[in-house]
Design a protein around this ligand. Sequence first.
Ligand code: NIG
Ligand code: FE
Length: 428
Amino acid sequence: MTLCIRNAAQLVTVAQSGERVKRGAALRNAGVIENGALVIEGERITWVGRTSELPGLPRDAQVLDATGKVVLPGFIDSHTHLIFAGLRVDEFEQRLLGRTYQEIAAGGGGIQATVRLVRQATRHELKQLARRRLGRFLEFGVTTVEIKSGYGLSVADEIKSLEVIAELNAEGPLELVPTFLGAHAVPAEFRNDREGYLHLLLDEMLPEVARRGLAEFCDVFCETGVFSLQESRRILRRASELGLRPKLHADELTPLGGAELAAELRAVSADHLLCVSEAGISALAEAGVVATLLPGTAFFLGLAYAPARKLIDGGAVVALASDCNPGTCPTENLPLIGAMACAQMKMLPAETITALTLHAAAALGRADRLGSLEPGKQADVIMCDIPDYRLLFYHFGVNHVERVVKRGRVVHVAGAGTAAGAIGCGEG
Ligand code: NIG
Ligand code: FE
């Protein structure tokens, strides 16, 4: 089956010569082809160029007209905590009254509050909740989503969460990438036995997750009062031995040195980085660890944003993601995250598009297959009802996405009714 999209006001290719990451001046060039077109055969892109140069198409080719619209790679959200039950709106209000995220967590709220609800939830309930969230992601043009476990914190409940991800991935149309985050917190029952929980993580959970092939990556919440640098190193080394690639929640709330650890371990990505040090920036740039920034979290917690400019100008590969979770960033609006990156972190729209596509793919080890509109890449493509890609972030907070193509198939048309159903009511 052939699908052709033509007459696009702008076809934003992101990359044009097979590059997996972009640095420096190249980042300011989003690879825009005016009056652009692309041809898809089956699940792959086979041709990209100007509409006037389109090759002949088979008689039964499906043709989409993109006059006045922008066509770009599907967005990739490389950092979410999507498997959760319940909301934490009371904590939101408490923070507005002056309590900090850490104070709320120390009082038994925070991650532990969600853990209690996830443990009570059935597989079916977790799946229903996540399915609705994924439907919203799709409406915002997101075609690939990384999802972490980490609200189960027992062998059974972590496996339950990861199995839900696997089942939703099989359902499609979104492509899901599972990450094991058993080291999200020490659960309440191990409060006085950290070593006991580390033993459970290292000797039971990780081997079981690896044996069943339930996760591709292993992440750790490396943070003051959560997991130390030393504990994080132990966990990620063990994960690597078992074939899970390391990621790290690094320097999110305090400057602990997580970025340096991520570089030392050659992690795929170091995420958050609100408090990253100068040395951490250099270490990430040198090691080629993707720096994944999550400005929605700084926005929602009222914290200072990560130093995106310093990272980019220092040669780091910057990706952007939502962090979608009930505590620090309850949203599926990834383009809005892009608007925050521009307005608050001074990232240019071209850099922001790359961070939400190619570099997000790199943060998931998929830049060879996803994240740009190039012949040979998987046909994950979105069409937006705007004539200039910069409007995605300039005209912010609204949804410009009109059509979503995943693996060569149109899987969403705005206004045609979607999997998400009504937005906003019931359990998030
Ligand atoms: O990325 N930092 C750790 N995990 C989440 C927050 C999880 C929660 O509060 O439920 C984050 O911000
Ligand atoms: Fe996170």
